[in-house]
Design a protein around this ligand. Structure first.
Ligand SMILES: Cc1cc2nc3c(=O)[nH]c(=O)nc-3n(C[C@H](O)[C@H](O)[C@H](O)COP(=O)(O)OP(=O)(O)OC[C@H]3O[C@@H](n4cnc5c(N)ncnc54)[C@H](O)[C@@H]3O)c2cc1C
Length: 328
């Protein structure tokens, strides 16, 4: 039997799974309430870095897999048949400078093979390390994924809200759940917790060519992109999607202080709910009440971009092994 795959969700998780399945020959359709810029993914800073996602032993291998795929998108673009599109993927490498305000920062074990090294003579903060990482410009990268999916024969259906996964048309015999924080209602997962994040988009900052991040409170990051700069951030348990003007003010003050610059104008403010799952990223096969196979892929917290390709590859393997089991 030919497998027809329905993916619920058009954020980075759903789009990445879509690309993988469609390019490997599956008839695949995405169904989602919102796409791209309107999703949580559209509000992300989208720097590769494992943050606010559990458990470490599962997160790190998926993150490292994603790192390689993203680097390949940059490095191999000149030889690729998709040359023109890939060169417009919105992925670039950037030096990340990760700081601590409180003490001697530990370079994580996984960062050492990637070239992580201590930053000497730190001022403003207490200590820090540097590491080259991929950065995805969400204003380009989400469209790039959607276009790549459509080019591979995929179909995107937007403005579709499901009450439950069984509402996906029976024409699809595989369902992949990439609903992000929406999975709380969709599959009644009380383990999901909205980790609200707010960012401010400001004009490019002169002489800022690396990403500056400090996870110690107050959370602070300044990430230069081609045409603007992302200032952050916040992380609190809340469902509130309204912009908080006081939070924007705090973000601008703290970034201006750390970068030693005048306070910039704010182009735009964005809020998103990081889909944090207390018992860890959900990446597993299950069965719908009507007997169809569903594969869950949600709960990536503050690491949805960082884990995207690694998790999509696992979803594909799970789907493939489900097919093999059924054939036996
Ligand atoms: C301020 C901020 C900064 C961040 N920075 C980074 C970063 O630097 N690096 C990083 O890796 N991550 C970062 N993240 C986290 C990242 O954005 C998320 O982990 C990621 O966007 C989750 O992607 P997703 O595709 O799983 O979910 P989403 O992007 O939320 O997409 C969910 C999709 O499912 C659809 N949907 C939900 N429910 C239903 C339903 N019932 N019926 C139909 N469709 C439904 C939605 O419409 C949407 O299309 C950040 C997040 C925030 C808020």
């Amino acid at each position: 039997m030919e497998h027809r795959v329905a993916i619920v969700g058009a954020g980075v998780s759903g789009l990445t799974c879509g690309v993988l399945f469609a390019e490997r020959g599956y008839r695949t359709a995405i169904f989602a309430k919102e796409t791209g810029q309107q999703t949580t993914s559209g509000a992300a800073a989208a720097l590769w870095f494992p943050y606010d996602a559990e458990p470490t032993e599962k997160v790190i291998p998926s993150a490292l897999h994603t790192y390689k795929v993203l680097v390949d998108l940059i490095c191999h673009r000149a030889d690729s048949p998709r040359r023109a599109k890939i060169s417009h993927s919105g992925v670039s490498m950037i030096e990340l400078r990760q700081f601590s305000r409180t003490g001697e920062i530990q370079i994580p074990d996984w960062a050492i093979p990637l070239g992580g090294s201590v930053i000497p003579n730190v001022t403003t903060f207490k200590s820090g390390f540097r590491l080259n990482v991929p950065l995805m410009d969400t204003t380009i990268y989400l469209d790039y994924l959607a276009n790549r999916f459509i080019e591979a024969g995929g179909e995107v259906n937007t403005g579709v809200h499901f009450e439950k996964l069984e509402d996906v048309s029976p024409a699809f015999n595989r369902v992949i759940n990439c609903a992000g924080i929406g999975a709380r209602e969709l599959v009644q997962d009380i383990d999901l917790e909205p980790h609200r994040g707010q960012i401010a988009i400001v004009p490019t900052v002169d002489n800022l060519s690396c990403a500056i991040v400090c996870d110690d409170p107050p959370l602070m990051y300044a990430i230069p992109r081609a045409h603007d700069c992302v200032f952050g951030g916040t992380n609190e348990i809340s469902d509130n999607l309204d912009v908080d003007a006081a939070a924007t003010s705090r973000i601008i003050d703290e970034c201006a202080r750390a970068l030693k610059i005048e306070k910039p104008n704010v182009f735009a403010e964005r809020v998103g709910l990081r889909p944090f799952r207390k018992s860890g990223v959900r990446l597993e096969r299950d069965r719908l009440r009507d007997g169809r196979t569903v594969i869950h892929n949600y709960g990536h917290g503050g690491s949805g971009f960082t884990l995207s390709w690694g998790c999509a590859e696992k979803v594909f393997q799970i789907a493939h092994s489900a097919t093999a089991t059924q054939r036996r």
